[in-house]
Write a protein that binds this ligand. Structure first.
Ligand SMILES: Nc1ncnc2c1ncn2[C@@H]1O[C@H](COP(=O)(O)OP(=O)(O)O)[C@@H](O)[C@H]1O
Ligand SMILES: [Mg+2]
Length: 418
């Protein structure tokens, strides 16, 4: 283990507002502002917050090699208290940690203290320790065994560095850089101090989200860039190193800005698609099952992509037999798909799950079964090419197109609803 790396003081003493950064900043800000505006307009924000947090929990954990499948995750959410898969339990803890961070931020009017970060790490790891006090932590490339970063070893140095970072995060007047640029600096610094024995990557990514909320760039916690990091993992590590080795701040800031731009656009697609799906299901429920329809039922089916009788019973405050009747009727009419696990049935909102499979990229079905989804904004994604295209540029879907026996027949159907 070599000597600890030199850590910079923030902000670094160079001009960060280069033409390239300013251009990327404009794009990121635009993208984020659009997401913020749209998300503010949707009803039932709780549904969005919860479902996206679960997706982020999965992705952020995956960066740290804690891997679950969507199916495992959703099935675990049916019986959260009894899952035996360790990765599922870790992901569930991550989601609770995200929620804790957001709730605490609201109570403290946006103050992000070191105590908060320590509490997040404790919740995440289900362990009681705080900042590192014992030397010996180094970051290694797992494949080659090579040391990639030696963080401060002395406990007092860790505390001093984290105290300075806490000030940088919370004292807005002391640095006039745009909050998105500041977020990139904070993430670098936090990961380089590496204040915890474990969990630094995941807590650092929660910190990004809390910082954006604190800075007023988001109202609700829905911008999660772990999926982007997974896709560009080699760059993420390489660019972190390049800041330390060559002071390559500009490339690092550009990387983080691009992460924001792309992630905001992807999240916007999810927001819009979910909104379209809810409008579509609402219309169908009213037409086909008017006696069953209620807003609570609709919300419940979107809050729990995998659901069971007890959830409906609880969310709609009905008896168990009524809840069972509701779900079975919904399954008969193709609103949900009934599946069996052991002696129990559960019910899947297939369209919604499909959306998450596509967006999260671990979409085994799409590789073998080409299909398209449409959104209320008239975008269509061809899963074979994995690209979004404007509807107009694609051939019309056949009238009988029903990807899952449930889906939308053609764009025209959707257009009339939006
Ligand atoms: N060269 C580097 N310099 C600073 N931080 C790094 C570097 N390489 C990786 N990291 C950070 O370290 C994180 C992994 O640290 P770790 O404490 O194991 O987090 P977790 O438990 O969430 O996996 C990575 O996600 C990344 O953010
Ligand atoms: Mg780890």
């Amino acid at each position: 283990m070599g000597p600890p790396a030199q850590l910079p003081d923030l902000p670094p003493a160079i001009d960060l507002e280069t033409p390239r950064v300013l251009k990327a900043l404009a794009a990121a800000s635009r993208s984020l502002a659009e997401l913020k505006g749209r998300a503010a307009a949707i009803p039932n924000q709780g549904i969005l917050i919860d479902t996206l947090a679960l997706q982020e929990a999965k992705a952020s954990s995956e960066i740290e090699n804690i891997v679950t499948t969507q199916d495992e995750l959703f099935r675990a959410s049916l019986y959260p208290e009894t899952s035996y898969v360790p990765a599922v339990r870790e992901v569930a803890r991550y989601r609770k940690t995200l929620r804790l961070g957001y709730e605490r931020l609201q109570k403290t009017q946006g103050l992000i203290t070191n105590n908060l970060l320590i509490d997040l790490c404790r919740r995440l790891l289900a362990r009681g320790d705080g900042f590192r006090t014992i030397p010996g932590t180094v970051l290694m490339n797992e494949a080659t065994g090579e040391t990639v970063h030696v963080p401060p070893q002395d406990g007092n140095e860790v505390i001093a560095r984290m105290t300075a970072l806490e000030r940088f995060i919370n004292e807005d007047e002391s640095c006039r850089l745009d909050p998105l640029i500041k977020m990139a600096l904070i993430h670098y610094q936090f990961e380089s101090i590496h204040p915890f024995h474990d969990g630094n990557g995941r807590v650092g990514r929660i910190l990004n989200l809390l910082y954006l909320t604190r800075a007023g760039l988001l109202d609700i916690p829905i911008l999660y860039h772990s999926r982007y990091i997974i896709r560009t993992r080699a760059d993420y590590y390489r660019l972190l190193r390049a800041v330390r080795d060559h002071g390559a701040w500009e490339d690092w800031v550009l990387y983080m800005l691009e992460a924001v731009t792309e992630t905001a656009a992807a999240t916007l697609r999810i927001v819009e698609e979910m909104r379209g799906q809810m409008a579509y299901m609402k219309q169908r429920l009213r037409d086909e099952l008017p006696k069953l329809y209620s807003q609570d039922l609709l919300n419940s089916l979107f809050l729990h992509p995998y659901t069971r009788i007890d959830f409906i019973k609880r969310d709609l405050k009905v008896t168990r037999p009524t809840a069972a009747k509701y779900l079975n009727t919904l399954a008969e009419h193709g609103f949900v798909e009934k599946r069996r696990a052991g002696r129990n049935n559960y019910y899947v909102n297939v369209e919604l799950v499909k959306l998450f499979l596509i967006e999260s990229g671990d979409d085994q079905w799409a590789l073998t079964r080409p299909f398209c989804i449409t959104t209320s904004r008239h975008w269509r994604r061809c899963c074979v090419s994995s690209r979004w295209k404007a509807c107009g540029s694609m051939p019309p879907l056949p009238k009988t197109w029903r990807p899952w026996g449930l889906g939308i027949e053609s764009c025209e159907d959707r257009r009339s609803l939006s």
